[in-house]
Structures are given as structure tokens and as C-alpha cells.
Design a protein around this ligand. Structure first.
Ligand code: NAD
Ligand code: ZN
Length: 358
């Protein structure tokens, strides 16, 4: 492997309140005769006023993305199959929503041009062909999915992304106005995904100045909006959207750490969603991220957010082992967090004790 990562980035970025109104103009040059644009929209927006602002042309289609559960390979495959049967070819896919809807859009765009199942491409650089044109429009900030080169999917045997140079969006539209209706707890859970990305990246052994510059900026923004400000307002949404972008850029050149590695186990066994799962774990990471965990608790207290506890009560040895296996399988995360000798530090017993606390 090359010594320095040479990573593909999003091609076009537009930022600003109301920038969504430029979508028609942005998509025009991407349209191919007779091939529709597909708008894959988070099901939260069913019946929402935003639908009247979708620039539908010709045989364009709106599909509501069911994000009750995090994206599965079976769902991606079904959507791609449905589009191929109905239209043959399409001009592109526009994912509008949180990390789940954006990841679905990325994966379906890739599966329009790659054979087999999306499960075949869970891993690093397995995708063979470029997908169709794809654009991402976040309506919930924090995951960094808008800038990343992965789309996280739960498959038959693993929860792992389709990491490839074909995965980043061709275009993102960052319009903080779209985040106005997010419930406070959800906004916090997903916002904390960004905060935790920064802590894990900045405290990690893979850190370089590229990651650090973006991570520090995102962290400053999170502190400002979640600790210093007393009310959540439009400016807070403006800022969190940029924190998410910068946090995503920070991990593009480093890696996440303990909270993510442990949270993946919860997600695999219990279906715990990414944002809230990270929060449940961060609540107990004083040993690994003393300052980050303490600051996290101050943010929870200040905003009065609900962080579940006791979610591993009553699990069997077999269940604990399943979570431990998934978590310890995330080797790059542990190496980033604890260094090359991580296996001597994070033993199965130690990880079991941590899971028992959650
Ligand atoms: P989400 O997309 O799962 O959405 C959470 C909830 O918020 C849903 O109920 C959704 O309907 C609702 N919602 C979205 N926008 C809303 C709005 N404007 N108003 C009201 N409700 C709204 O949550 P998320 O935390 O953004 O994304 C989590 C997903 O992102 C996970 O599947 C995770 O694996 C993935 N992820 C991907 C990457 C990546 O790099 N690709 C990085 C981190 C996380
Ligand atoms: Zn994350």
C-alpha cells in the first residue's frame, strides 16, 4: 500500500441557507435524455412542504427511504433492482436526509453499475465500476457521510462500508435550513457523532496536521454550540453543518477509535443506532478519553439530553461474546486509539467489563 493515502473527494460543494433552491440548475447538466433523476428522501419528509421544492422534470421519481433501521445490503439491492426494472438507466440519485438516506443513495448509485449484491463490495476498494451520478443533501448534521468515501451497510455477515474512490458524492448541497425540524435529542446524538469523530481523531495515533486542522475546527464549533450558547438557533444549525463537514474531513485522513469500535458491537447485536450508540459508549470512556468524556457529560447535562443506560443488562455470555468479536474485529480503530500493541491493552475481559457498564 502507498505510504500516503491519496483520497478522492466530493467534486462540487454548495453551502448556504436556501442553496437547495439551486438544485434544478445544478442537476440540469447531469440529465440524460429519457433517464430520470431519482430523489431518495428520508421518510420523515413524507407530506412535508420540502416536497414541493423538489425540482422534478420528465419522468423523475421521488422514493421515500425507510430509515427505521440503518441501511441494509438487502434494501440497497432491492432499490437498485426496482430502478433497473422500471427505467433501465437513470441520470442520477439525489439522497436527501441524515446519514442513513445519504448512505443509501451512495450505495444504490454504485449498484446501478456494478453486478451482484452490495454485500460483495463491503470492504476496501472492491467496487469495480463508477456508479451513476449522485448528490447528497444532509437534513441532519454530524455523521460526515456527506464527505466520506464510504457507505456503511449491514450485510448478511458484517456491518461494513463500501469504501472506494467511487463512493464519494459528485455534488453536495449544504443548506442548514433543512435541519430546522430535527428533534433536540436526535440532533444531539448525530451532532455527538461529529464531536466523537474529533476526539477519536485528535487523540489517535494516526493523527497528522491535515486531520488535526479539520478536527480542531470541528471541535471548537461543537464546544461553542453545545456548551457556550444557551439557546439552539439558526446559527447553531449553520455551524453544526460545517462541523460535520470538517469532522468528516478529519477522519478521512485518520481513523475513529474506542467509542466507534464498541458502538459497532452494540449495533450488530442490539440494532442500536450509530449516533445514540456512540453516546451510550462515550458516557463510560473516562479511562480512554478523560477530557472528552468529561466534556461530553457536561454537554449532556447542559442540554438535558437523554442517554440510555443499562442496555446490556441481562445479556448472555454468548451475546457478550458476539459483541466483543465484532468490536475487536475493527482492528484499525483500536490501533488508532491504543497504538500497535492494542491487543495487550484491550483484552476480551476488559472489553466485557466495559460492555457490562453500558
Ligand atoms: P439517520 O439518518 O438514521 O436519521 C435519524 C432520524 O432522524 C430518522 O428518524 C430520520 O427520519 C430523522 N431525520 C432526518 N432528518 C430530519 C429532519 N430534518 N427533521 C426531523 N427528523 C429528521 O441518522 P444519522 O445519525 O444522520 O445517520 C446515521 C447513519 O449514518 C448510520 O446508518 C451510520 O452507519 C451512518 N454513518 C455513515 C457514515 C459515512 O461516512 N458514510 C459516517 C457516520 C455514520
Ligand atoms: Zn461516526
Amino acid at each position: 500500500m502507498a505510504q500516503f493515502r491519496n483520497f478522492k473527494m466530493v467534486s462540487y460543494v454548495v453551502y448556504g441557507r436556501g442553496s437547495f433552491n439551486q438544485l434544478d440548475e445544478i442537476l440540469a447538466p447531469q440529465r440524460k435524455a429519457g433517464a430520470p433523476m431519482i430523489f431518495l428522501i428520508d421518510h420523515f419528509f413524507t407530506g412535508h412542504a420540502l416536497l414541493n421544492r423538489i425540482p422534478l422534470r420528465g419522468n423523475d421519481k421521488i422514493i421515500f427511504a425507510d430509515v427505521t433501521h440503518e441501511p441494509k445490503t438487502t434494501y440497497v439491492d432491492a432499490l437498485a433492482r426496482q430502478l433497473k426494472e422500471e427505467f433501465g438507466t437513470i441520470s442520477g440519485i439525489i439522497g436527501i436526509g441524515g446519514g442513513s438516506a445519504m448512505d443509501l443513495a451512495k450505495a444504490v448509485a454504485l449498484m446501478m453499475n456494478n453486478p451482484g449484491s452490495s454485500a460483495d463490495y463491503q470492504g476496501w476498494d472492491l467496487v469495480k465500476y463508477a456508479g451513476v451520478y449522485k448528490a447528497g443533501i444532509p437534513t441532519l448534521s454530524g455523521t460526515g457521510a456527506e464527505v466520506s468515501r464510504t457507505t456503511v451497510l449491514t450485510g448478511p455477515t458484517k456491518k461494513l462500508g463500501m469504501n472506494s474512490d467511487f463512493t464519494p458524492f459528485d455534488q453536495i448541497v449544504l443548506d442548514p435550513e433543512l435541519c430546522a425540524d430535527v428533534p433536540a435529542n436526535q440532533r444531539f446524538y448525530t451532532g455527538m457523532d461529529c464531536y466523537i469523530h474529533c476526539i477519536e481523531s485528535l487523540q489517535g495515533t494516526f493523527l497528522n496536521e491535515f486531520s488535526k486542522s479539520y478536527g480542531e475546527k470541528a471541535l471548537d464549533i461543537c464546544r461553542h454550540i453545545f456548551l457556550e450558547k444557551d439557546v439552539w438557533d439558526a446559527e447553531s444549525d449553520d455551524k453544526l453543518m460545517m462541523a460535520s463537514y470538517a469532522g468528516g474531513m478529519s477522519i478521512a485522513y485518520s481513523q475513529v477509535g474506542v467509542a466507534h469500535a464498541v458502538s459497532y458491537g452494540l449495533s450488530y447485536l442490539l440494532g442500536t443506532k450509530h449516533g445514540i450508540g456512540n453516546c451510550i459508549v462515550m458516557n463510560h470512556l473516562d479511562e480512554y478519553y478523560p477530557e472528552g468524556a468529561a466534556e461530553f457529560k457536561r454537554m449532556v447535562e447542559k442540554g438535558g439530553y437523554e442517554i440510555p443506560t443499562g442496555i446490556c443488562n441481562g445479556l448472555t455470555d454468548e451475546q457478550f461474546n458476539a459483541m466483543i468479536n465484532v468490536s475487536l474485529g475493527m482492528k484499525p480503530l483500536w490501533e488508532n486509539a491504543l497504538g500497535k500493541n492494542w491487543e495487550t491493552i484491550m483484552t476480551r475481559e476488559k472489553l466485557r467489563a466495559l460492555y457490562e457498564k453500558l
